[in-house]
Design a protein. Sequence first.
Length: 306
Amino acid sequence: MTMFRTLLLAGALALTSLSTQAQKTKIKTKTADKASAAAAAPANSLLWEVSGKGLAQPSYIYGTIHLICPQDLQVTEPMKRAFGSSKQVVMELDMDSPTMMQEMQAGMMMTDGQTLEKLLPAADYTRVGDYLKAKAGIPIAQLGMLKPFIVSSIMYPALLGCTPASYETTFVKLAQEQHKDVTGLETVQEQMGFFDKIPYAVQSKMLADMVTKEAEAKQEFQQLLTLYKAQNIEELRTVSSKSSFGFQEYEQLLLDGRNQQWIARIEKQAAAQPTFFAVGAAHLGGTQGVLNLLRQQGYSVKPVLQ
C-alpha cells in the first residue's frame, strides 16, 4: 500500500510525460509518553494546523492521494481557508517547475542495457504487454527500457476505473490563481534516487504481480481509497505496511526515511512564512509520520475539522 501511494505521484508524472512524447536513522523522541499519547489519540482528518515553537503564524499540512477519480476530489471550505491564509505552497515535488517533466524523463530509463523483456519471464512479459495494450493503449515495446516501477504506475488509471484527477495539479492551479509560490520538499533526482536503490528484479516482480493478481490489486487499492475518503490516516499507515504489492523491505527508505528528511525542511519553510504543505497521506500517520515527528520537535499539531 505504501507503494500504491508513492507510485501514484510517479504515475501522474509518467503519464503526463508519455502523453507529451506520443516514492534507518530514527529521530530521538523527547519522551516516550509524548509519542504514545499522540498515537493513542488519533483524529480522522487530512488537514492539520502546525503552530507554536516560535511560528508567527500557523502553517498547514494536507494529506493527498496523488490520483483520484474527479468526483472524489474535494476542496473543502477548511482547505480553502488554510490555503488562502498561507503565503506559499510546498509539495513533495515542485509541480510548478518548468523543468520538472524534463528532469522526470531523465530518470525514467533503466541503465546497463536492461529491458523489461530481459527482466520478466516470457509468460509474464506477454501478460504485462497484453494488459498495457488493453488498459492503457500502449505497446510494451515502447516502454521496454523504462524502469519497472514507472511502468507499474501507468497501470493505476485501470485500477481506479476512471480518468484520474490530482490534488497536486489542483493546488498548483489554485496557487497560480492566488499568486503564491510553489516549491518542493525534495527534488525529482532525490525522489527517483530512492527507487534506484530497489533492484530492477524486485520492481519487475511487483509489475508482474499487479497483472497476474489484478483482482487482489484492485481490492487493496480500493481499501486505500476507502480509508483516504474516511480521512483515517492512522489506519491508512497501518494498511500501508502490510501491502501485498509493495516493497515492504524498503518501507524505511520510501516512507519513514523521507519523513525524517523532510522535518528540517518543513521547519525552515514554516519559519520563513505561513505555508500550505501537501504530501501523500500515508506520510502523516504513525509514530514515524510527519505529524508525530513535528510534535516531537515541539510544535502543536492539531486537526482542522471544520
